[in-house]
Design a protein around this ligand. Sequence first.
Ligand SMILES: Cc1cc2nc3c(=O)[nH]c(=O)nc-3n(C[C@H](O)[C@H](O)[C@H](O)COP(=O)(O)OP(=O)(O)OC[C@H]3O[C@@H](n4cnc5c(N)ncnc54)[C@H](O)[C@@H]3O)c2cc1C
Length: 460
Amino acid sequence: MTLEQQLAEVVLEQDLLVGDAVKARPAAWDVAGPCQADAVIRPRSTEQVAKVLRLCSAAGRPVVTQGGLTGLVKGSVALAGEVVLSLERMNQIEEIDTTSRTITVQAGATLESVQQAAESAGLKYPVDLGGRAQCTIGGNVATNAGGNHVIRYGMTRAQVLGIEAVLADGTIVSDLSKMLKNNAGYDFKQYFIGSEGTLGVVTRVVLRLQPRPQSVNTCFAALNAFDDVLQLLSAVQDGLGPTLSAFEVLWPEFYELTTTAPSEHQPPLDHGFPYYVILEAHGGDPKKDGERFRDVLGDCMERDLIEDSVLATTPAERARIWGFRDAVEHMNRLGPIYTFDVSLGIADMEAYVAEIKEKVSDRWPNGTVVVFGHLGDGNLHVIVGVGERGTEVREAVEACVYEPLAARRGSVSAEHGVGLEKQSHLHITRGPNELELMRRIKQALDPQNLLNPGRVLPPA
Ligand SMILES: Cc1cc2nc3c(=O)[nH]c(=O)nc-3n(C[C@H](O)[C@H](O)[C@H](O)COP(=O)(O)OP(=O)(O)OC[C@H]3O[C@@H](n4cnc5c(N)ncnc54)[C@H](O)[C@@H]3O)c2cc1C
C-alpha cells in the first residue's frame, strides 16, 4: 500500500486531498502559486494526528504542518515530496473557564475566534495581530507570535499554560494544565513554543485570559525627531505605568503608503512629519484612566515632544487608526519587496535605519526603505523595494539590513521566526554552541528529521 492509501484509512475521504485538489490550495499568504505538496491531510482529532505521524514516520515521509498560512518566513510552505498536515478541521473552542480565567482550544482555532470567545465571556485574549482572521492558535504558538500589545501582555509564550502535542513518531504528550505554577521537572511546552513546527505538532492549547479592559485610550501623534520618540516612550511608561498597551512607530514612508489612494484609509494627521506614534492604554477605571491619559499627553505636548495628535474617543475612531497600521498589503505597491523583522536596542534604532537607507540608496538611488513596528518592544519591520528581484539582489538587500544589525548585536527575527528565509543569517544572532544545542534538541525529538525538515536550523 502507498502512504496515501494508508492515510486514506485514517481520515474521512474529504479530509485527504491529492492531485488537483492539492494544487487548488495556495502556497501561502505571501507566496504566489499553488501548494506543491504530494498530499494534504486534515485530521479531526489528536488521535488522528498521531496515526498520520506514525504512518509518515514509518514511511520516512517529511511532514509540513500548516495553520492559517499567514507566517511570513515560508515555514509552512510545502515542497514536492512533503505531506501537509493541516489543522483546519481542529478549530473548536473546547472550554472557557471563567474561574481560572483560561480558554482551552484546538490548535486550528483562529486567533480572531479565540478573541471573540474570550470577549463573549467578559474576558480578553490579549495577543492581537493583523493576520487575526486567518492565523491559528497553533501557528501563533509555533511562531511565538507577538503583535500589537506585547509591551503590556507579552508574546504568545506568556499566554500558554498548557499544551498537547504529537511528536514525529506519533507519541502524544499532553499537559493541558491550567496552572500558572508548575516546576515539576522540564517545562516541555516551551520546546513547542517558537520552534515553528520542527519539534512536534501542537494539537490543543490552554491559554490565559485577562480582565477585559474597562477603558481603552488611543492616541495618534506626529513627532519631529527620534529623540522625541524616545522621550515620549519614557514619559508614557512612567506616566501610564502598566496600563501602557501599545507603542507603535510609523516612519513617514509607511504612513504615506497606507493613507494615500488607492488605500481606502484616510490620514488623520498631515503627511510630512518624520515620525508617527500610535500609543494606547488599557485600564480598569474609565473616568480616571481617560483623565490620566490626557494629562500625561498634555505634559508631553507642553514639553514639545508631540507636534500634532488626535485622540480616538470611539471604537470606530480607534479602528480607523489601527486600520492603516495593519494595512501592510499596501507595501506591495513598491513592486518586488524584501521584508525584515528585526529587534535591537531602542536607542540604536535611529542610526540603524539611517545606515540601511544610506546603503540602499548607494546602490539603488530610487530604492525605498519603509520602516514601522512595535518600537516599544525593540522590534522594527523593515521593507525594502529596489525595483528588481533575483538571488543576487536579495543577498545585496539582506547585506544592507543585516550588516548594520550585526554590528549592533540585534536579532534577525523578533517575532516572525526563521522558517526557510532566515537560516543563513541565524549565526548573526545565535552562536555555534547555541546552534549545536538546537540541533541536539531536534535530534532527540525528531531523529529522522521529518517535521518541517530544512526549516529553522541551517545545514550543519
Ligand atoms: C497581515 C499580517 C500581519 C501579521 N502581523 C504579525 C505580528 O504583528 N506579529 C507576529 O508575530 N506575526 C505577524 N504575522 C505573521 C503570522 O500571522 C504569524 O506568524 C502567525 O502566528 C502564523 O500563524 P498561522 O496559523 O498562519 O501559521 P502558518 O503560517 O500556517 O505556520 C507558521 C509556522 O508554524 C507552524 N505551525 C502552524 N501550526 C502549527 C501547529 N499546530 N503545530 C506545530 N507547528 C505549527 C508551521 O509549520 C510554520 O512553521 C502577520 C501576518 C500577516 C499576514
